[in-house]
Design a protein around this ligand. Structure first.
Ligand SMILES: Cc1ncc(COP(=O)(O)O)c(C=O)c1O
Length: 487
């Protein structure tokens, strides 16, 4: 066999690179936490970035992989940085990142039991733990999927199978199917509807109230209207919480409505579903245990590397009914509901050993770690909102319900497009400067700055500095003039 193949699989080289890599990552962790000079994002344009990697490929072939890893660290957004406050993803607990490495080397496929015995059993344990924590009974069951988007689509396929008048999987459907969801829901629900072939008319957007929560008082009226138009509504999707503002729909009210009309109730808990692990904040999810299905991401609020999502069904049997397809080479008994042959229940055939990341944390630190983390980042959300309210010139879009906070800088007299342009300019300047990473969102035609406070090491000084930097950009004056409290 060629030397190159031996070299690529050499256990000693792996040991050496592995030790060096862990050292490099540990230094990275320490630096982003302690070194004031470290940016949260080293912003470059897409073209410049691509040019860099073209050069790298041209000149560094055969070079040390450690040099490559160092460049990747250097050139990537630092989710571990206390001033990273951008899109919803938690800084991975280092131990969970090591679990990803185990997954990577083992490369178990997980589609059938033999291709991932440990991973399959661990997945079941993790799913059952989440289900119990959400308040579901022993019949609840589910799977892990690669992300909330896929979990939501899978749940809605189950809803279609369960509630469509036609045997959809075998024959398709003649009815015009539809679901109802808040206008504030994540775009993946809209996408799922279109993937299922229901088209534009298949998504009925229910208006949200002044706090961006679904107007549950309108559900009855919207259902009747849809029925008059000849639609067969099969499901209602509640958001726990919405993406833009972190608003939690009234799940109890949606559960009552679904029960009354025999509809499927799905909860998109990709972000906030994790709060079932916090005694202090779980009341935001009241009613979740009445849902037919729930999606919850581990990578957003439970410290695991992306991606890992739990899809829970209140009646675990539904997880088998979504897909019923012949793949005899994989399964001996097609119709058996074997919990251990995971590809019977998900889109994915080969998939990651996702449960290991969550289980490693659960087994090592207990659910207390998640509870403490959640309480900490929720408190940061509250602190930041209070600071915005007391800082002259800044205002909240809405009082936040969790660690997602939308705000803007609004100098006296500035309105409309000029106000939007100013806040967009603030976000762009912060991005290019790199000390903070925050994002922006558009709420009912107005541009807002948006943070998701998901790093437990973010301090009050960091959030104060974010406001002063925003003000500095806006006024083009010294940051020391910021943070004046309101008279
Ligand atoms: C409410 C909600 N649902 C679904 C998603 C999509 O999840 P994922 O990125 O894991 O596919 C997001 C992502 O931001 C979200 O906020």
């Amino acid at each position: 066999m060629s030397d190159l193949i031996h070299q690529a699989y050499d256990p000693e080289a792996f040991r050496r690179f592995g030790h060096e890599l862990v050292d490099l990552l540990a230094e990275h962790l320490a630096a982003v936490r302690q070194n004031e000079e470290e940016p949260a994002i080293p912003f470059t344009s897409p073209e410049a970035e691509y040019a860099f990697w073209q050069q790298d490929f041209q000149h560094n072939r055969g070079g040390s992989p450690l040099g490559l890893f160092a460049s990747v660290l250097e050139r990537s957004v630092r989710v571990q940085h206390p001033r990273y406050m951008g899109h919803q993803i938690s800084p991975a607990a280092p131990l969970a990142a090591l679990a990803s490495l185990v997954d990577g080397l083992l490369n178990n496929g997980m589609g059938v039991y033999e291709m991932g015995a440990a991973g399959t059993a661990i997945e079941r344990l993790v799913v059952k733990t989440v289900a119990r924590q959400m308040g579901f009974g022993e019949n609840a069951d589910g799977v892990l999927t690669s992300g909330g988007t896929l979990a939501n689509l899978t749940a809605l396929l189950a809803a279609r199978s369960a509630k469509s008048p036609s045997p959809v999987w075998q024959e398709g459907h003649g009815e015009e199917l539809a679901l109802m969801v808040s206008e504030e829901a994540h775009y993946c629900v809209d996408r799922a509807v279109r993937i299922m072939g229901w088209g534009e008319g298949g998504i009925i957007r229910v208006p949200a109230d002044e706090r961006y929560r679904m107007r549950v008082d309108l559900l009855e009226e919207y259902l009747q209207k849809a029925q008059r138009e000849g639609k067969t509504v099969v499901a209602v999707v509640g958001s726990a919480c919405s993406t833009s503002t972190g608003s939690f729909d009234n799940l109890e009210a949606i559960a009552d409505f679904c029960k009354k009309h025999g509809l499927w109730f799905h909860v998109d808990g990709a972000h906030g579903g994790a709060l079932c692990f916090s005694e202090k904040h779980r009341s935001l999810l009241a009613g979740i245990e009445r849902a037919d299905s729930v999606a919850m991401d581990f990578h957003k609020m439970l410290l695991t590397p992306a991606v890992a999502t739990a899809l829970i069904f209140r009646d675990g049997q539904h997880s088998f009914r979504t897909f019923s397809q012949k793949a005899q080479y994989l399964w001996e008994r097609e119709t058996d509901e074997e919990w251990f042959n995971l590809a019977k229940r998900t889109f994915e055939c080969t998939k990651l050993m996702m449960g290991l990341k969550a289980y490693t944390l659960l087994r090592t630190y207990g659910p207390e770690l998640w509870a403490l983390y959640l309480d900490r980042v929720m408190e940061l959300g509250r602190q930041f909102a209070a600071l915005v309210q007391e800082t002259r010139g800044f205002e909240l879009a809405v009082a936040p319900q969790c660690n997602i906070v939308c705000f803007r800088y609004r100098p006296d007299g500035l309105e409309g497009e000029a106000l939007n342009a100013l806040n967009e300019a603030i976000r762009q300047a912060l991005l290019e400067e790199g000390r903070f990473y925050i994002v922006k969102t558009n709420l009912r035609g107005s541009a807002y700055l948006r943070v998701t406070l998901s790093n437990p090491f973010t301090t009050e000084a960091d959030i104060r500095e974010l406001l002063s930097s925003s003000l500095f950009v806006a006024n083009n004056e010294q940051p020391t003039t910021a943070n004046k409290t309101k008279p």
